[in-house]
Design a protein around this ligand. Structure first.
Ligand code: SF4
Ligand code: F3S
Length: 107
């Protein structure tokens, strides 16, 4: 089992999740964060902490978000670890809950 960051994080990146994770298993790209599936201990702390409601337990993933499981696994092996909260991206409030953001993912 693992937790998974999904589409609504893209172009928001609030990073409140990083603050509450006890094992520092978040990894950071230009406009998205991911969770390393082998490091997550399934504590559930990040789900209520995310203002964008972007994080799910893998078994709770909505059917249209299942591809984010593989994307978290792939990108967490490529991107650097993030251990400190940062400011959200400049237009985070405007992009929150905008649909179809996967096309904007930067690698
Ligand atoms: Fe970190 Fe817990 Fe969220 Fe896993 S469920 S990413 S261990 S805060
Ligand atoms: Fe993204 Fe939510 Fe964390 S927007 S950076 S998953 S707090």
């Amino acid at each position: 089992m693992t937790y998974v960051v999904t589409e609504n994080c893209i172009k928001c990146k609030f990073t409140d999740c990083v603050d509450v994770c006890p094992v520092n298993c978040f990894y950071e790209g230009p406009n998205f964060l991911v969770i390393h599936p082998d490091e997550c201990i399934d504590c559930d702390a990040c789900v209520p902490a995310c203002p964008a409601k972007a994080i799910y337990r893998d078994t709770d993933l909505p059917s249209d978000m299942t591809h984010f499981l593989g994307l978290n696994e792939e990108l967490s092996r490529l991107w650097p670890n993030i251990t400190d909260r940062r400011d959200p991206l400049p237009d985070a409030a405007a992009w929150d809950e905008v649909g179809g953001k996967l096309v904007h993912l930067e690698r």
